[in-house]
Design a protein around this ligand. Structure first.
Ligand SMILES: Nc1ncnc2c1ncn2[C@@H]1O[C@H](COP(=O)(O)OP(=O)(O)OP(=O)(O)O)[C@@H](O)[C@H]1O
Ligand SMILES: [Mg+2]
Length: 834
């Protein structure tokens, strides 16, 4: 396989297509990849862990000391070094597997790493913790949550659950009338939590003269209370609450400090403050117990220096600042850990010279970075292919055609990936791929576990596992329909709160609420069903605890969930029923692979499946994903689509400080995923943000030396110039020449979208430069309003009747004296006010 970091010969078991594997299962990962190390560059007698590593990589693997920082560009073997380092620590007996904590970016990367370490050692080393930050924290919290008011069966709320809760709170407090939106509040709370702020600490700094602030604090408080009452953590809490736990309960922290003696973190550039703090907590030294303690406990506990910490990262690949990631964590590592050893890696083993040269050229335009040059001895390879289509569909067709060619020349579908900046771009790609019979898989779209029917069924399981989880209980209360209305749902919540009991207890006491007999009966039946399932989980039961699939089957049968779907009239219901059955299959598979695994383990797995974990490399499909998801992966051939202004850089980034630089890093990440073939494509018009707009080539394109890109055109576009490469236009148009004479966009001058739809784009006029060398005309600050008179280069004079849209998408509706009415995109239209 060619996707994640290193291994090419992974034996992973998966069952069923169309859904993610919830549990990455590792079998005998036998290592046999010639390119990937092996005897090729190692001596015969050499330590196999060092064979195939360059001298800097070896230094990093062999380092023994308190703190090691590996900074290096993409594809230089950072992840590979981490893997070898773990194996080396274990093999040399300097560490027990159980003393190792390695943090990766995805569960999948973790599974890969575990397998590779096993392969390097020749046996699976049990007891290592190789996982994401989130998984590691869940494991800690499941053991320790009882220290602070939670139980080990807590629920993990995903962002959808958090939003449902926030929505309810906003409604209860009528905060929507003050302009609060669910997304806004969710984003702000998440950001604060990543900074380790809670409602109280925030309240101390908030400005209470501002009623908005006060209301936000109230929402935040209520949200926190609801989570606590529900015995639930949201995603950000998993990290933040673990940090809190360590700080508030030193004996708990000490346990983990004693246990983890080697901590290794991949993709360190994308750690946020909470994650940074977590690592700091874990690497603190353990002081020697003082005499009094020693006397009372009857034994002496020796102190310990802080754990040895290895972090690897590339500040050029920091792409999560919007989620609170802070590159300073990497930049300031040396300050935080005095005496740290720094290793630089410069040889790239992934990509061809042409691809690397493009990546280097682009990233150089970011200020504030240490210059590092990557080199490769793989050779120049093919040129990068550039393509400009008329529309997103045209672009997608190009991608599909090129994929077919790649296939013909022997590249497997699974070695091909298509990246985009926004999820909305998948629509055109998917349409064309379906039509062209290209098998594909979208990572991180509406994921299996986010489908409504799957969430319903999971809510049943959660309600069994965690009786305090009101969110889950309220979700299933009337699903399938049992005649329980929203008023009853709320009445139960109020009853629970007034009596200080859980929602499930409130259900059990439904007959105290004075509801009708039918409704009361329905609630009690459901409560009984949940109780029955809970009893079945009891390990003391005669036949031992029931398995997850047994519980699920019981719940589905008694609740008639699938039966109701099957009887439904919605044509989608059949597919939904199949999805639920698929989930039953997932639980069976889980049970097979985790004979000891219980309901909680299953629910944990499910909550932590990230987009990239859905990757299935055995299925022979092209992978579609956002640039963010692409991090850490590698593919033989990569299509980077939508390389346009407003998409890349994304238009939202313009207003963020550091936004455009972060977008450039994202572009850099995309480019550096490619091993042999890279395609950069764009379209001249794109249906986006609910409208079709003229697109402009991304500013980043002009940063790539022209000789590295071989531009192709849409067939329709080529005809006017006999198939030559597109090139910058010298205007010979009336009124032209003085404005945007080397502009990327000429055809759009009139920009009457309706006209274009009817007649197709005015081909002869459209020229697309192979390198964008000049600024596009920018009327950005042309103030226009209804009533203004303007002059247009082609249409002459006219009167503005209205101005709609915002920013770069501002459109003037103009009644021309001679040419009739037109809509013009103000930013680029050849107009002036008169
Ligand atoms: N010394 C080496 N010899 C041969 N192949 C190597 C060597 N070092 C790394 N590689 C290969 O180069 C590719 C990139 O390595 P790896 O994924 O570890 O890089 P990385 O620095 O983690 O990249 P990224 O920044 O994208 O995460 C992998 O296929 C890896 O197996
Ligand atoms: Mg890596």
């Amino acid at each position: 396989m060619t996707t994640l970091n290193e291994s090419h010969d992974r034996t992973a078991v998966r069952a069923g297509a169309g859904r993610p594997s919830s549990v990455p299962i590792i079998l005998d990962g036998h290592h046999s990849d010639g390119r990937d190390g092996g005897p090729r560059d190692g001596g015969v007698d050499e330590d196999p862990l060092l064979a195939g590593l360059n001298p800097e990589q070896r230094t990093a693997v062999e380092y023994r000391g308190p703190a090691l920082l590996i900074v290096a560009g993409a594809g230089s073997g950072k992840t590979r070094v981490l893997t070898h380092r773990i194996a080396s620590l274990i093999e040399s007996r300097e560490a027990w597997p159980s003393q190792i904590l390695a943090i990766t970016f995805t569960n999948k990367a973790a599974a890969e790493m575990r397998e590779r370490v096993g392969a390097l050692l020749g046996q699976v080393a049990e007891g290592m913790w190789i996982s994401t930050f989130h998984s590691a924290c869940v494991r800690i919290l499941r053991r320790e949550a009882e220290n602070f008011g939670f139980t080990k069966s807590f629920t993990i709320y995903d962002s959808h659950d958090s939003r449902t809760l926030i929505k309810r709170i906003i409604k209860d407090l009528q905060a929507d009338t003050y302009g609060f939106t669910v997304a806004g509040v969710a984003g702000k709370i998440s950001k604060l939590k990543n900074e380790l702020a809670d409602a109280d600490s925030y309240a101390r700094t908030a400005n209470f003269n501002d009623p908005q602030e006060e209301l936000f604090v109230q929402i935040f408080r209520q949200y926190t209370r609801s989570l606590n009452a529900a015995n639930a953590f949201d995603f950000d809490d998993l990290i933040g609450q673990t940090v809190y736990l360590f700080r508030a309960f030193p004996h708990v922290a000490e346990h983990y400090r004693r246990r983890f003696r080697h901590i290794l973190v991949d993709e360190y550039q994308d750690t946020n403050h909470a994650q940074y703090a977590l690592i700091h907590e874990l690497t603190r030294p353990v002081p020697e117990a003082n005499k009094a303690e020693a006397a009372s406990s009857g034994h002496r506990t020796a102190g310990l220096p802080g754990a040895s910490l290895t972090v690897v990262g590339d500040s050029d690949q920091s792409i999560y600042a919007f989620r609170g990631a802070d590159v300073r964590n990497i930049v300031e590592f040396e300050r935080d850990f005095p005496g740290a050893t720094v290793v630089l890696l410069e040889q790239n083993y992934r990509s061809t010279q042409n691809i690397l040269a493009a990546a280097n050229a682009v990233i150089q335009n970011n200020f504030d970075r240490k210059d590092k040059k990557l080199w490769t001895d793989i050779g120049d390879g093919d040129k990068i292919t550039g393509f400009t289509g008329y529309s997103g569909h045209d672009e997608a067709q190009f991608v599909a055609d090129e994929i077919a060619k790649l296939r013909d020349s022997g590249t497997a579908y699974k070695d091909i990936a298509v990246f985009y900046r926004t999820n909305a771009q998948t629509r055109a790609l998917e349409e064309i791929f379906i039509r062209s019979a290209v098998p594909y898989r979208v990572l991180g779209g509406t994921r299996f576990y986010e489908r409504a029917e799957i969430k319903d069924v999971l809510a049943y399981l959660i309600a069994v596992a965690n009786p305090r989880d009101a969110l889950a209980l309220r979700r299933i209360l009337n699903t399938p329909k049992r005649g329980i209305g929203p008023a009853t749902e709320t009445a139960l919540a109020v009853f629970a709160e007034n009596n200080d009991i859980s929602y499930r207890d409130a259900m059990r006491r439904a007959n105290e609420l004075g509801l009708g007999p039918k409704v009361t009966g329905a609630i009690l039946d459901l409560a009984d069903l949940l109780d029955l399932a809970t009893e079945m989980l009891d390990p003391e039961r005669e036949d031992g605890a029931a398995t997850v699939s047994e519980i699920l089957t019981l719940l589905l049968e008694r609740s008639k969930y699938v039966q109701t779907l099957r009887a439904g009239r919605d044509p989608q219901d059949e597919a939904r029923a199949e999805n639920v059955e698929e989930l039953v299959a997932v639980t069976k598979e889980f049970q097979k692979n985790n004979p000891e695994g219980g309901l909680l383990d299953f629910l944990t797995e499910v909550s932590l499946v990230a987009a990239v974990d859905e990757l299935d490399d055995s299925s022979g499909t092209v992978s579609l994903m956002t640039l963010h998801t692409a991090k850490g992966l590698e593919y033989e051939a990569v299509f980077l689509t939508g390389v346009e202004e407003d998409l890349l850089p994304h238009r939202m980034s313009a207003s963020e400080p550091g936004g455009p630089a972060e977008e450039r890093r994202l572009f850099y990440v995309g480019i550096t995923r490619a091993r042999r073939r890279l395609y950069l494509s764009l379209a001249m018009t794109r249906a986006q943000f609910g409208e079709t707009a003229v697109a402009m080539p991304s500013r980043y394109l002009q940063e790539i030396p022209a000789e590295l890109i071989d531009w192709k055109q849409s067939p329709g576009m080529a005809n006017s110039r006999g198939g030559t490469q597109p090139r910058a236009l010298n205007s010979n148009r009336p009124g032209g020449g003085s404005y945007n004479s080397r502009s990327a966009i000429r055809s759009g001058d009139s920009l009457s979208f309706r006209d274009q739809d009817r007649a197709g784009l005015p081909r002869a006029k459209v020229e697309w430069p192979n390198r964008v060398t000049a600024q596009v005309r920018d009327n950005g600050d042309l103030e226009l309003q209804a009533g203004d008179r303007i002059r247009h280069a082609d249409f002459g004079e006219g009167r503005v009747s209205a101005v709609t849209g915002e920013g770069t998408k501002r459109v003037a509706h103009v009644a021309f004296d001679a040419a009739g009415s037109k809509k013009l995109l103000i930013k680029i239209a050849p107009i002036e006010k008169i």
